[in-house]
Ligand binder design. Sequence first.
Ligand code: TXA
Ligand code: MG
Length: 317
Amino acid sequence: MSIAEAARLILEGGLVAFPTETVYGLGGDATNERAVAAIFEAKGRPQFNPLISHVLDAGEARRLVRWNDTADRLAARFWPGPLTLVLPRTKDSPIALLATAGLDTVAVRAPAHPLAQALIRAVDRPLAGPSANRSGAVSPTRAEHVAASLGDRVKMVLDGGPCAVGLESTVLDLTTAVPTLLRPGGATREAIEAVIGPIALSDAIPSGESTRKSPGQLASHYAPARPMRLGATTAAREEGLLAFGPDVPAGAVVTLNLSPSGDLAEAAANLFAMLRALDQPGIGRIAVMPIPQTGLGLAINDRLRRAAADDGTSRRR
Ligand code: TXA
Ligand code: MG
């Protein structure tokens, strides 16, 4: 399965799952309303939740959004990489209206994975790319996860191996007076603040509540089928334990350790694959040890809270 073949599919309005350094994306031509509609359809995603447009670099992003100096400094430091910038749409922005769910802003990101870059280069236009999973389910960090979640809904999956970062990109809104963190992710708050100074946290972040500003921040997201217990310092027999660090309580039926040495980058890279591995018959509940709320821990804890939130709808994977 070649890049040329993938590019041809996309230019015909088809969908191709592709690896990025964060998670696998479900790619389609961001300028083609029908392709974008097919993405929402394949994911079962509510159409009020806008998509990220993936580009090669800041030069391309400038054609889609009203770029500014803050964006310039952030792109210089983080692109290509796990930072998504929300900026005002330009008047003649070619991005499909459906991709931005009717908002007057566009989210742009330059992914660091060589296959993602090769695909964008080959199609020579922005690629709309939500995570390649059914809406509400755990994001895919390996090609097999895409097939397990989307099945026949995606014709082609480019296999780039396991994702190095393992958590989705950080989404930063640059349309507010003070830049606002809409979703913590692979670029840490500390690293961003080192470049542009203090940023605001969206009210979605501590509470897990949805807000109008960040439509994708539904409380229940990344939901495994099993109930979750966070902050666990003990483990019960019916539980699968997601451990962190060297001191692991005994007693769980299965234990997987995000990072025995307590390294947050390693934990982030393992998070979704291990959540999936524990979401199996024979395990009654998933217990998760405490994760420090610094650096990548902000994003890891955000995803764990969403995985644990039960919004009353049926749980999916
Ligand atoms: O790492 C990632 O970001 C991955 C890879 C494939 O790039 N993509 C990803 O896309 O996670 P998705 O669709 O699962 O999440 C995109 C997030 C959602 O929370 C969405 O609400 C937000 O970005 N978003 C997109 N456009 C926006 C906009 N114009 N304003 C505010 N939030 C936006
Ligand atoms: Mg997603």
